[in-house]
Design a binder for this molecule. Structure first.
Ligand SMILES: Nc1nc2c(ncn2[C@@H]2O[C@H](COP(=O)(O)OP(=O)(O)OP(=O)(O)O)[C@@H](O)[C@H]2O)c(=O)[nH]1
Length: 93
């Protein structure tokens, strides 16, 4: 988790990645000892990401497929929202 946290924050800090939406997949949620979403949020310090980075933390189970579609839909929503915002910003210039 420490390594994942470092990478997540490193990637999102890169200037060309500013504002790029992030989908964090919390897989294996069917297992008894899997980390909860709040534990993951805390361990990855997701709250410390730049306010310009939209993110979604999605619980999944890759075996049953639970949450996979929902996660991709959330990612799609964030991408569409960003595209709209960038288009509006371009128009204003
Ligand atoms: N119970 C459960 N097992 C899963 C899930 N997703 C993947 N696995 C199993 O986890 C094992 C490792 O999966 P890999 O795809 O090889 O993942 P990896 O990144 O190499 O290894 P991990 O760090 O264990 O995820 C495989 O046996 C998968 O079937 C899940 O949501 N629930």
């Amino acid at each position: 988790m420490e390594e994942a946290k470092t990478e997540l924050h490193k990637i999102t800090r890169i200037s060309e990645n500013q504002g790029v939406p992030v989908l964090i997949v919390a897989n294996k949620q069917d297992l008894r000892n899997s980390l909860s979403l709040s534990e993951i949020e805390k361990l990855l310090a997701i709250g410390e990401l730049s306010s310009s980075t939209p993110w979604h933390l999605q619980p999944t189970c890759a075996i049953t497929g639970n949450g996979l579609k929902e996660g991709l839909e959330k990612l799609h929503d964030m991408i569409i929202k960003r595209r709209k915002m960038l288009r509006q910003q371009k128009k204003k210039r």
